[in-house]
Design a protein around this ligand. Structure first.
Ligand SMILES: *[C@@H]1O[C@H](CO)[C@@H](O)[C@H](O)[C@H]1NC(C)=O
Length: 312
């Protein structure tokens, strides 16, 4: 980014979500509370899994890594959105905009692959329980993580490749509260049809594709559960339904952004809040409320913190 190709646009301006005071105040409360809650919930999961030896298993390691990613997801767009809510001039620099796009796609892509890895983990645990620890070895877990990050980063760099050289010659108003490709591309002074198609093909296909792979894997697991586990059926179903809920919450809005052909910016924007703060907040809740081991670990951690405070 040397400024050569975008010399006429040094910053982008967000229209934001709404001009009405009442809605702005509501949004401010809603998003700041959810943002703080996402941070705390996900940090709590990371700390409990790290601290509690009972949770040192592949499933919880993957879950803690998902929480780490969620910490990223909720910190990309939400803080700036909250900060901007009451400002008249909501601007972001060209570099800031590209940075947001980079992280949205890197973290989002990584999270998609990680969700698939978690489905695979449940498949092995339920359908091949005797081989679980040999298949999901520590080495395998690290491999899964490395592959997720490589895919996420590659996807993100490939997306940016399209935009970095786009000519921006004047229009710089984004009807949104964060930078992402579908809106940004529309501002370029060139024929963008092909690019829009590329973005739909890339991000859209990846999200629709992974969503279907995930749904099919869970259906497959559900069909095979009764054959393999006699007693643990309800526990397996509870875990699986938590996973499926997270998958639907994560992919629903994404698929809408990247593949919905008609512009309907209001729904777009409000769904975007959903992905920016609500999903990262719900993940820990969905996973912990239905999971006894996780709840025990969290209580233990809180207890230890209190004792520690008293001693020191
Ligand atoms: C993420 O997964 C790796 C590999 O299993 C694990 O070593 C690491 O502790 C996990 N991260 C967290 C925060 O739990």
């Amino acid at each position: 980014m040397d400024g050569a190709n975008h010399s006429w646009v040094s910053e982008f301006v967000f229209l934001g979500l709404s001009n009405s005071w009442a809605i702005q105040i509501l949004l401010f409360l809603f998003s700041s509370v959810l943002y703080m809650a996402s941070l705390m919930g996900n940090l709590l999961i990371v700390f409990s899994v790290t601290a509690d030896a009972n949770l040192h298993s592949p499933m919880y390691f993957l879950l803690a890594n998902l929480s780490l990613l969620d910490l990223g997801v909720c910190s990309i767009a939400a803080p700036k959105m909250i900060y901007d809510l009451f400002r008249k001039h909501k601007a972001i620099s060209f570099g800031g905009c590209i940075t947001q796009i980079f992280f949205i796609h890197a973290v989002g892509g990584t999270e998609m692959v990680l969700l698939m890895a978690m489905a695979f983990d449940r498949y092995v645990a339920i359908c091949k329980p005797l081989h679980y620890l040999t298949i999901m070895s520590p080495r395998m877990c690290i491999l899964i993580l490395a592959v997720s990050w490589i895919i996420g980063l590659t996807h993100s760099v490939a997306q940016l490749f399209f935009v970095v050289n786009l000519p921006f010659c004047g229009p710089n108003v984004l009807d949104s509260f964060y930078c992402d490709l579908p809106q940004l591309i529309k501002l370029a002074c060139t024929d963008t049809n092909r690019l829009e198609f590329m973005v739909t093909a890339n991000s859209g296909l990846i999200s629709v594709g992974s969503f279907f792979i995930l749904v099919i894997s869970y259906i497959f697991i559900l069909v095979t559960v009764p054959k393999h586990s006699s007693g643990g059926l309800s526990k397996a179903l509870a875990t699986l339904s938590a996973h499926v809920t997270v998958v639907v919450l994560f992919f629903g809005p994404l698929i809408f952004f990247y593949t919905w052909p008609f512009p309907s910016s209001h729904l777009d924007k409000f769904l975007a809040i959903f992905d920016a703060v609500l999903t990262p907040f719900l993940n820990p809740i969905i996973y912990t409320l239905r999971n006894k081991e996780m709840k025990t670990a969290i209580w233990k951690l809180c207890y230890q913190l209190v004792i520690y405070r008293k001693i020191s």
